[in-house]
Design a protein around this ligand. Structure first.
Ligand code: GLV
Ligand code: GLV
Length: 322
């Protein structure tokens, strides 16, 4: 019998490897918690039937060609698939899968974590306290905008956007406005959310959360024109992909106080972070950790393994992207 082989690009929760082995698939992996270079990746995927990739692995046409014609599936350990050349996969007859659903709660929680951290100045106040500067109670210190009853604007009403809207609405009694390519009547009924153009959303929202995938159409969706339309008291939250925001324009909007602040989990040239952002107190930065709950990461590993087992067994996977 021809034993199928999978390459796992970085250590992920062990459940994936256990499941794959149990299904009779031979597992090869990068044992180091270090992104493989394009050349290393090309060598490692050669002869594999499946690749379990991370969002930090660029699955290019060259990588696919080097894998060979037996490659059946690239199972991404992420919901976003912008690291994968989808067209090249289609051309080579390679299926692509992702891990949606299981990380929705984690990411929506992180949107709110960043929102509160920025509006209530949690990180800035923490630094102040650690520096030993808390000498007396401050009636005028660390004042920021309240969230309760304000307006949450969500751009991209997929699973993550909807749950973020629901949490904001049920927890903070926020009004929700959203923009998407299509309207979601069920969500509107559940949360009283209103559909709006991007321009109207930017004008009215106190928090703007970006929840779109990165595509040529969403690159720099938020740039200097958009910052000009936002409220001066507004907070921008990006947990989607860095290039959705024009980072230079963001720096300048923050410097000139066009907006109140920003919470960023993703960056335009990840893992590089614009040094200007690092200097700013009205910005909270996290290293692309929105899905980093033990529940979500374990479930993502399980889903990626299930997708591979299905495809190598000649079945339809749970989460086919193409
Ligand atoms: C994380 O950014 C993901 O796409 O899962
Ligand atoms: C994907 O990002 C989603 O919203 O499910």
């Amino acid at each position: 019998m021809n034993i199928k082989k999978v390459f796992i690009c970085r250590p992920i929760p062990e459940i994936a490897e256990e499941m794959l082995k149990k299904a009779g698939i031979q597992v090869e992996k990068n044992p180091l918690d270090k992104i493989l270079s394009p050349d290393e990746l090309k060598k490692k995927v050669a002869g594999m039937d499946a690749v379990l990739s991370l969002l930090s692995d660029k699955i290019t046409a060259e990588v696919l060609a080097s894998a060979g014609s037996q490659l059946k599936i690239v199972a991404n350990y992420a919901v976003g698939v912008d690291n994968i050349d989808i067209r090249a996969c289609q051309a080579q007859g390679v299926m692509v899968t992702n891990t949606p659903d299981v990380l929705t709660e984690a990411v929506a929680e992180h949107v709110l974590a960043l929102t509160l951290a920025v509006t209530r100045r949690v990180v800035e106040a923490d630094r102040f306290t650690r520096r030993g500067e808390f000498k007396q109670w401050m009636p005028l210190g660390f004042i920021g905008p309240s969230l309760f009853g304000k307006t949450m604007g969500i751009i991209g009403m997929g699973r993550i956007g909807s749950l973020t809207g629901e949490m904001a609405h049920s927890g903070f009694k926020m009004k929700v406005i959203y923009f998407d390519l299509k309207r979601d009547k069920e969500f509107e009924n559940k949360t009283g959310a209103k559909f709006a153009s991007i321009a109207k959303l930017l004008k009215n929202a106190d928090v703007v959360s970006l929840n779109v995938p990165l595509t040529p159409k969403t690159k720099h969706l938020i740039s200097s024109q958009e910052f000009k339309q936002m409220k001066q008291t507004a907070t921008l939250i990006n947990t989607s992909r860095g290039p959705v925001v024009d980072e230079k324009a963001l720096v300048s909007a923050l410097k000139s106080k066009e907006i109140w602040g920003a919470g960023l989990d993703v960056f335009e040239e990840e893992p590089k972070v614009n040094p200007e952002l690092i200097k700013m107190d009205n910005v909270v930065l996290t290293p692309h950790i929105a899905s980093a709950t033990s529940e979500a990461r374990d479930a993502m590993a399980e889903v990626a393994a299930k997708n591979i087992i299905a495809v190598l067994g000649g079945k339809k996977p749970l989460n086919q992207v193409c």
